[in-house]
Design a protein around this ligand. Structure first.
Ligand code: DQA
Length: 143
């Protein structure tokens, strides 16, 4: 099983960015955490981070026929990007959405997610653990 894990804008600033919301662990620590979660289920993964909407669309298109699952935290594009939604709909790769914070308990503009329209599952408010749950859902069908 090959998983593509996509992190969108500003997630590379983890540890620096609003630690009261996102915690004090770095993006590098998140990458190590995800790699461990993927190894635990005997899968392989590619980690990708971009601050650019079109680059994320390109990456999803390139995943067609190459990956069995996508874990995506689209960052702020969650709430704005029809283009990322359309790319995920086009490739039809099983997708799980992750948010470190609980977006439903934050500002109203964060309550709507375009990606949720195609995601099989969404984990939010669990910190890094949400990524582990997403990997296990895709690899093992574990809820
Ligand atoms: C986020 C929540 C989004 O609203 C925000 O724009 C992010 C991170 C999260 O992981 O909690 O950049 O996706």
């Amino acid at each position: 099983m090959k998983l593509l894990v996509i992190n969108g804008p500003n997630l590379n600033m983890l540890g620096i960015r609003e630690p009261g919301i996102y915690g004090d662990q770095s993006f590098a620590a998140l990458c190590t955490f995800i790699q461990k979660a993927v190894a635990e289920v005997g899968a392989e993964c590619e980690l990708y981070q971009s601050n650019h909407e079109g680059s994320i669309v390109d990456k999803i298109q390139e995943a067609y026929g190459k990956f069995d699952g996508i874990v995506i935290n689209p960052g702020a594009y969650t709430h704005t990007s029809v283009a990322i939604l359309d790319a995920l709909s086009a490739v039809k790769i099983p997708t799980v959405e992750v948010h470190i914070s609980n977006v439903m308990e934050r500002e109203e503009f964060r309550h709507h997610s375009f990606v949720s329209l195609v995601a099989q599952k969404t984990y939010m408010g669990l910190g890094f653990e949400g990524y582990r749950r997403a990997v296990r859902f895709l690899a093992l069908g574990e809820e």
